[in-house]
Ligand binder design. Sequence first.
Ligand code: DON
Length: 590
Amino acid sequence: MIGTKRRAFLFCFFFLLPLLVGSCETIHTLFDPKERSFVSEPIFPQVQGSVEKRDRYELVGREFMIATDHPLASQAGVEVWKKGGNVVDVFSAASFAISVLRPHSTGLFGGGFAVLYFPKKGKWAYDFRERSPKKGTASFYLKPDGSANSEKILKGPYSVAVPGNVQGILKIQKQHGKLPLEEVLAPAMRYAKNGFSVYADLANAVTKVWPNMNPEMQKVFGIDNRPIREGELLVQEDLFQTFTRILDQEEKEWIDGETVKLVSQYYEGYDGFISEADWKEYQVKQLDPLVSSVWGHQILTMPPPSSGVHLVTMMHLYAEMMKRKSFPKGIVGESIQITEAMRVAFRDRAVLGGDPKFTEIPVTKLNSQAYIQEEVNQIEKKVVSGSWQEIQKPVEPKDSYNTTHISVLDKEGNAVSSTQSINGIFGAGQMVPGTGLVLNNTMDDFSIAPGIPNLYGLVGSKANAIAPGKTPLSSMSPSILLDPNGNTKLVIGAPGGSQIPTSIFNTLYHYLIQKRSLYESVSFPRIHHQYNPDTLFLDPELKGYFPESELPFYQVQYGRHRAKVFVVSKEGDKLIGVSDPKGEGVPLGF
Ligand code: DON
């Protein structure tokens, strides 16, 4: 029940305030891109502090463009493009390179997703995410008293799932690339062999995880038994040798090669948790991208167990709210609509999300008009009546900067969008002796038990329960947008755990709806809600921007949105690349 004062406030807020907000009429036209000129200025005014670093993080070209989270990974892409490679060669070279350059974020022992679009050939989605080994069962992670052993699933040798990055990248490269593998692997092998200068983010990650690293890993990421420092040279000789074997043996190395043997030897000390049979059974899944028309564009995104479907639901829900007159307009009204769209989409994720081979995910229904309208009816009722649920105490998801994203686009509209990960910072904190491989901790992306949050504060249901051979639910949502004429408009994705879908939503919202420049759209302070905890997370710059008295029904928490967006868009004959200014990377191209 809400009090009379609050009811009066809500009435004034939702029915009188909108009448006073001048810009409200224009937003109804925003779905038709041809109506672009109707928008005189964005509803969200600019905030201080988000445009200074533009020169470094934005680049305009005409031939091709790549955006990644390390300058040398983008450079690897340029190198193979100049050798006559296509966007897939660029993606493959950058993927292998970033595995060397961001070992705390991704690597050969990780997994990922990729969405490809070639206007003259077709569209594809690849799932090369990690899978649970045969020994990975729900009971394996229970303590004798039946409670969940969250530590076992989060760190150490049992938090590791069977990796897919190598198989995935090799398969995509074989199917769609032009260059020999040698050329594509060359930059990564050079960076591993000759080393590169350690940057602040990597040095900080090494220092943070150092006490939990196994001795082999400390050997690689340490000098004189202490964490390697910023500016020092990181050489990864064993990783170079692993690359050499991949070059010689290709996929076979990842099925029954020397690397598999070394990993199996390591696991002899840990119940054979990942066995040789697990490597043999690993399959990359080739799928059709999930396609939906929304916000005047066609979005091609990754199907489940990615969160692409929930990103699309979020966009549809917002579009429906935008059409309804009953919803408040102006900054606060916009924020409520965005928050409610995120909350419903994350509720769906928590209840339904999982590996579609093991659980039914009603993808079509989740983006059908009937479903969207019904959900918006419920939100509308809640907003208009002010019957909000009790605010819960916020739980801050733990800090984490890892995973990585690569966006590539050429002037013909050929595009690759790929997100890859080892999950937490330095994954499991384990390295297999003699391989240079940092093991992922992706088992934690399963729901260990209903209602128990994972590293990102996300809860899941039985749909995402652990089972042998199963793929854990993921927030990674690599996407490509086409304009109304079917031309590639934008390639986008992000690392950032649960904040991945909302970082993409925020960026697309500012770019397509608010008509900001691409750079401003990436760097604009963000709004995030993930259903659980029931908290509205706002970037610190938005403090004072939303007087809290105007958002009385949300538990608001200020903190930096962790996700880093990497995006390339096409505007006329220009290709614009932006690497998120929160990261270390740059876009490169010409
Ligand atoms: O697939 C997932 O949802 C997570 N493994 C992604 C982790 C991540 O993005 C961490 N980044 N900060």
